[in-house]
Design a protein around this ligand. Sequence first.
Ligand code: MLT
Length: 254
Amino acid sequence: MENQPENNIDLSYERHGKGAPLVLIHGFPLDLSIWDNVVPLLENDFDLIVPDLRGFGESSTVDAPYTMLDFAHDIAGLLDHLGVEKAAFAGHSMGGYVALAFAKEYPGRVSGLALVSSQAAADAPERKAGRYKTARDVAEKGVDVVANAMTPKLSANEKVQEFTNLLMKAQSREGVVGALKAMAEREDSTSVLSQFTFPVVLIHGDADALIPMDRAREIKSILPAAQWIRLKKAGHMPMLEFPEKTAEALKLLK
Ligand code: MLT
C-alpha cells in the first residue's frame, strides 16, 4: 500500500518478477486480480507493477470527481515511490484509457504501450449520457446493477463470467460511480496517437462484445507501426480467456 498525500489516495499494488518495468492496469469495474493468470507467465521477463486503480480493489478513493488524468497521476506517484522512471504500460479497456492519459501527460516515462480490448476514441454523446444514468443507478441500487449487465458482455466463457461477476460485485459503489463519470468525461486520444514514438501493441479479441475489434483497426490505420494481435474467439477478457496468448503478445513490449 502506498500513500499519495497529494491526492489523498492509498494505492494498493503488487510487484512480481525481474526485468524491464511493465505496469499492468486493470479495466472497469475490476481490480488487479484480473492479471493473476498472466503474471506467472511474464515474471521472468518483466518487473511487473500491478496497481489497483483508485476506487477499486484495496485502493481508496475520494469523494470529489476525478478524471483519467487523476488515475494516471496516481500511477506516476506510485512509480516515483518505487524509483521507476520509465516503464511499459498494458491497459485493459478502461485501463487503456488511463495508459493513454499517462502517455499524453508523461511521454518521456513510457517505453511501450499495449492496449488490451481498449480504444482511443472518447464516448459518443449517447454513451456518455448512458454512463451518467448507470452512475445514478449504481449510487441508488448498488454495484450489482452494473455487474449483472456487464457479465454476459465480458466473455462467453462461463468460468470467466462467474469470476468477473463476483469480482465486479466486490467493488465499492463510490469507485464504480467515480470511474463511470471519469470515463464519460475522458478526452479523445486518437489525435495524439501519431505522436507516440514508443512501440504500440494492440491486443483484441475478435468476439469482444463490449469494445468491437474495429476500434483496434482504427488505431492501426492511424498508427501503421502498431502491432495488432487479433485473438480468435476471445471476448473482452483475453487475459482470463487466453492467458498464454495474451502473455506472448505482451512480451512484444520487451
Ligand atoms: C472496461 O471494460 O474497462 C469498460 O467497460 C470500458 C468502457 O466501458 O468503456
